[in-house]
Design a protein around this ligand. Structure first.
Ligand code: CTP
Length: 207
């Protein structure tokens, strides 16, 4: 099958030397790409800036911002059988990024931020029949409630939920999968590669 995966953070430019980003390491998305490749699938990985060597055999498209990631995703969804979005996409970006380095002035600085595209939401709204769409919910609170809200709102087939403390930047993960039929499957805690293999077995079992 053709599997499209997103991974890593995005960077939203403030000026030529500054940006807004987050702590995503990209490890979970890269582990899913590796697991999918090891299972014989054709994998395209759209990755924000991370310091991981891509798994061999995976086609990697490197992006920086949420807008770049959106373009890359929309250009690659048409023939994907499975789309798994593990990237930690910035929800906001500076409304007016500067071409020259910002100089400090007396007093506080107010940075106006505008919304980025909800890439997964757009893909969910335009999902083709037969396409399997999987999102991630990394939460600090109310994990199940937030994950189920995203599953519904973004028209997903599955959502992989994890607490930030259990998976963000770490080498292991604790994931619970929820699907639109009300199924809840808690995967054994393990390395991100082991969890990725378990996750693929569950989401691809009827494919
Ligand atoms: N996502 C995305 N594009 C964005 C934001 C998120 O594609 N601009 C995807 C992520 O890759 C992940 C899922 O959406 O698979 C969850 O993202 P999250 O930001 O937690 O969801 P939101 O609906 O934005 O919820 P909230 O910000 O209220 O937590």
């Amino acid at each position: 099958m053709k599997i499209l995966i997103t991974a890593g953070p995005t960077r939203e430019k403030i000026d030529p030397v500054r940006y807004i980003s987050n702590n995503s390491s990209g490890k979970m998305g890269y582990a899913i790409a590796q697991a999918a490749c090891e299972s014989g699938h054709e994998v395209t990985l759209i990755s924000g800036p991370v310091s991981i060597t891509p798994p061999p055999g995976v086609k990697v498209i490197k992006v920086v911002s949420a807008a770049d990631m959106a373009n890359a995703v929309h250009s690659n969804t048409f023939d994907a059988d499975v789309i798994i979005m593990a990237a930690a996409v910035a929800d906001y970006r500076p409304a007016r990024p500067l071409d020259s380095k910002m100089k400090k002035l007396p007093g506080n600085l107010f940075l106006e931020l505008e919304r980025t595209e909800d890439i997964l939401g757009t893909v969910g709204n335009n999902k083709k029949s037969g396409q399997l769409l999987v999102g991630f919910a990394a939460e600090t609170d109310d994990l199940e409630k937030n994950a189920l809200g995203k599953l519904e709102r973004k028209n997903l087939d599955w959502i992989a939920a994890n607490l930030v403390a259990d998976g963000f930047g770490t080498d292991t993960n604790r994931i619970t999968l929820y699907n639109r039929n009300g199924e809840k499957i808690s995967l054994p805690v393990g390395s991100k590669l082991a969890v990725a293999h378990d996750m693929l077995k569950v989401i691809l079992r009827n494919e």
